[in-house]
Structures are given as C-alpha cells and as structure tokens.
Design a protein around this ligand. Structure first.
Ligand SMILES: NC(=O)c1ccc[n+]([C@@H]2O[C@H](COP(=O)([O-])OP(=O)(O)OC[C@H]3O[C@@H](n4cnc5c(N)ncnc54)[C@H](OP(=O)(O)O)[C@@H]3O)[C@@H](O)[C@H]2O)c1
Length: 339
C-alpha cells in the first residue's frame, strides 16, 4: 500500500509517495480501500506549514475526505459490512490507498453515486451546508455573496443556496471563470476588476446581502462585512489571502493575519449584523455532523445537488494537482485517484 506524505513544509515537491503497512482497524473503526480522495485548499496551507494548530506536526499524510470500499471491520462494528461502498470524513490520512476511519464519520453511498462524486462532497458541501443552513437559516429569496465562487466550497454553496430557493447569488472569482460562474446562474463579479461591495450594494438597491461567505480572511473580511444588509450574516471560514503562491512566504501570511479586522460587538449591535467563525475540523458534535451529512445525502439522491468535478489526478501526480490549485485553474473540485 502507498500513501502521500507531506515530508516537510514547502512547495508541492515536498509531497512524497511512501510505502505503508497494511492497516488493521481499531475498535469502532472500518478500513477503507480508497478509490478517490478530495483535495482541499486547507491541504495546501498545511503543506506550506501555515495552518497553525489545526494541522498535525509534519511529516503526516493529509486528506480530509475519501470514497472507497470497506475491506475490514474493527471490533464492535455492526453498522457496515465488508465490500460496502462508502464516503468518509477522515480529518487527515485521506491521501492514501487505505485508511482507518471511526464509523461515525462514514456513510454508505448508493450504487448510483459515483466514487468521484462521493469524495468530492464531504468537506465542501458540509461546510457550505453548515454555514447557510445550520447557522444561517437561509430562506427563500435570500441574497448570498460567495467568494471563490468557482471553487469546491463555492460551487457547493451555489447549489445549496439554490436548493433553498435563494434569490440573487453574487459570485466573486478570477476573470477567466466568468462563463463557468454565469452558467451556474450566478451574478459574476471579477475579483480583479470590480469592487464587490459596490456591485452588491448597487444590485440590492443599497441594502446589501443576507449572507456573505468569506474564505479569504484578513482585511478582506471588512469588505465582506460592509456588503451585508441589516440583519445579514458573515461567515469567516478561511484565510486564502495568507497564501501567496506555492512557496512558503511566512512573513506574508503573518502580515495578512495581523491585518485581520477586530470587530466590535457594539458596532455589530448597532448595525444588526452577525459574524460566525467556522472551522469544520474543530466541530466536536459528531451527531450534528451526521445529521448534516444525512441531509446532504438526501439532497444528492433527490438530485438537488450534484458535485462539479474539475479533474481527477492519479495520486502519483499529486504535486501537479497541488500546483493546479495554486495556479487558480480549478472550476469545481479536484480529486486524487487511488484505485
Ligand atoms: N473553515 C472550514 O471549515 C473550511 C472548509 C473548507 C474550505 N475552507 C476554505 O474555503 C476556501 C475554499 O476552499 P476549497 O477547498 O473549496 O478551495 P477552492 O475554492 O477550490 O480553491 C481554489 C480557488 O481559490 C481561489 N484562491 C484564492 N486565493 C488563492 C490563492 N492564494 N492561491 C490559489 N487560489 C486562490 C482561486 O479561485 P479564484 O481565483 O477564482 O478566486 C482558486 O481557484 C479556502 O480558503 C479554504 O481554506 C474552509
């Protein structure tokens, strides 16, 4: 069996393919032979060594999510059987031909859900669902501002907002993704050429949006806050602006982190606006996670959502896959193939 290892902090070349022993599941775990593993932007940040305490010490195998087939059951596992097709939230270790996962983090997938779709969903759709539905209580007609609208979480957020009958969706992305974003039924905003606060205000008669999803972080949060209407909700859930490129620029990351705004509760009261901090990796309530996963599986079966997969790289090409995302090429989700 082989797996990908972040051998040290640095550019994508630090990702190495290494041999690993066959796994034996612990009590309450299953072993999954991985078919596909999702790549998340957080993996790039972990590889760069700028993900803080939410990442394990390097060296380690990244990979938040997988799809595959159960090959072994740990003691006491009654919920699954060998040979079952599943998707799982792994936390780490997903970039591997084999992974052990506690049963609470595993869901069965129907025969008509592809392994690719199943691996593309757990993190992106859970994050978008948690923000818009669980925290945001999104309602019919609500307006939503989505940054990195063409990316993994971005496309998931678009579909979930639509499934809940949202009104105008504003999607910010690189200019080359205009057509792709517009085809999703979203009002495209060019991140380099337009001021998203101006566009949003202008097209909501000066009011602003009900929900703003901000994975950019730093100073950018101020503008997302500004684009909210009274009663609006801002979700701060990332720090893509701390990444300057495929190499380590720790000072840039630190500088941008230091420029993060300090929101005053008094100001928020006066403006009737809310800010949620969201990190799916630190949510401890596994029952909540399970409910959210089950709601998403239902939406998938009802064809209300359908993951958009940009590309699937063989795991030996993981270096190329990370560069692909650094170069802002992806439209939808990027996966690794471990079959
Ligand atoms: N808090 C959580 O639990 C959680 C969970 C999932 C994801 N996230 C965050 O959500 C964001 C999106 O995650 P994702 O996995 O779905 O990734 P993604 O959006 O598919 O990521 C790639 C896209 O991000 C944009 N981007 C912005 N800054 C970039 C930079 N410095 N370098 C390269 N690309 C950059 C690019 O699109 P454009 O050029 O078109 O903007 C790029 O195509 C990330 O910030 C991630 O950390 C947070």
């Amino acid at each position: 069996m082989r797996k990908v290892l972040i051998s040290k902090a640095g550019s994508p070349e630090v990702l190495k393919i290494v041999e690993q022993e066959r796994l034996v599941p612990n009590k309450g775990e299953v072993t999954i032979r991985v078919q596909n593993a999702g790549i998340n932007f957080a993996d790039l940040m972990m590889r760069l060594g700028i993900y803080g305490k939410q990442a394990p010490p390097i060296p380690f195998t990244p990979g938040y999510e997988v799809s595959g087939v159960i090959t072994a059951l740990g003691e006491g596992v009654k919920e699954f059987e060998k040979g079952q097709r599943v998707a799982a939230v792994t936390g780490i270790n997903g970039y591997s031909q084999e992974v052990n996962v506690p049963v609470k983090q595993v869901v069965s997938i129907g025969d008509d859900v592809s392994f690719e779709a199943a691996a593309a969903m757990p993190v992106t759709y859970l994050t978008a669902y948690h923000m818009l539905v669980e925290l945001g209580n999104i309602k019919k007609g609500d307006t939503v501002l989505i940054h990195h609208a063409a990316g993994g979480v971005g496309t998931a957020a678009v579909q979930i907002a639509k499934a809940y009958g949202a009104g105008t969706l504003f999607g910010v992305a690189s200019g080359s993704k205009k057509e792709f974003v517009e085809n999703l039924g979203v009002r495209f905003i060019d991140r380099d050429k337009e001021d998203f606060v101006d566009v949003v205000k202008k097209e909501t008669n000066g009011a602003g949006v009900h929900h703003a999803l901000d994975p950019v972080g730093g100073e950018h949060l101020k503008k997302s806050f500004k684009s909210l209407r009274s009663g609006g909700k801002l979700y701060a859930f990332g720090g893509s602006s701390f990444v300057r490129g495929p190499k380590i620029f720790k000072l840039t990351a630190l500088w941008r982190l230091l420029r993060s705004p300090k929101f005053s509760p008094l100001n928020m009261i006066g403006k009737n606006k809310a800010i949620f901090g969201v990190h799916m990796g630190t949510i401890k309530d596994m029952d909540l996670m399970r409910r959210e996963i089950e709601a998403l599986v239902l939406m998938l079966n009802e064809k209300k959502i359908e993951p958009i997969i940009d590309s699937v790289f063989h795991f030996e090409d993981v270096v190329k896959a990370h560069y692909y995302i650094h170069n802002r090429k992806n439209r939808g989700k990027v996966l690794l193939d471990f079959s």
